[in-house]
Design a protein around this ligand. Structure first.
Ligand code: NI
Length: 135
C-alpha cells in the first residue's frame, strides 16, 4: 500500500457561529473567530489517496487527474469565497477545520479515479489542522 498526497491552497473567509446558541454564548465559545463579518485564512488542503501501484503506469493515482478533481469540486468553489455564505458544500455547517475536512471528504470520496481516499487534512494555520479519514 502506498499513500500519495496532493496539496492545494485556497484563501477563504469564515465565521464560527452556532445559530442555536445566543450571541453571548457564541462570543464566549468562539471569541475572535465569532467576528460578525468573518475573517480569513490561507487554507492548506492535503488529500491523501491510498492504493496499490498500478504495474502499467507505476502510479497509485494520476496526480494530474487528482489535482483537476480537487480544483473542480473544492478549490473553484471555495477560493476567495466566504465559507458560511458562498460555498454549496458548506451550507448549514459551522466552518471549523474539522467540519471542512469532513465536507471535503464527502465531496471527493466517490470521485477518486484509482486507489481510495485515505484522508483529508485542512490546515487553518501553521500550527492547527484537522484530519478526517472517513470514520
Ligand atoms: Ni478562523
Amino acid at each position: 500500500m502506498v499513500y500519495v498526497t496532493r496539496r492545494e491552497v485556497f484563501s477563504a473567509a469564515h465565521r464560527l457561529f452556532n445559530p442555536d446558541l445566543s450571541d453571548a454564548e457564541n462570543d464566549a465559545l468562539y471569541d475572535k473567530c465569532n467576528n460578525p463579518n468573518g475573517h480569513g485564512h490561507n487554507y492548506v488542503l492535503e488529500v491523501v489517496v491510498a492504493g496499490e501501484i498500478d504495474p502499467v503506469t507505476g502510479y497509485v493515482v494520476d496526480l494530474k487527474k487528482l489535482k483537476d478533481i480537487i480544483r473542480e469540486h473544492i478549490i473553484r468553489k471555495a477560493d476567495h469565497k466566504h465559507l458560511n455564505l458562498d460555498v454549496d458544500f458548506m451550507k448549514g455547517i459551522i466552518p471549523t477545520a474539522e467540519n471542512i475536512a469532513v465536507a471535503v471528504w464527502n465531496q471527493l470520496v466517490d470521485k477518486i479515479p484509482s486507489g481510495r481516499l485515505f484522508s483529508v487534512r485542512i490546515k487553518e494555520t501553521e500550527n492547527n489542522y484537522a484530519e478526517y479519514r472517513g470514520e
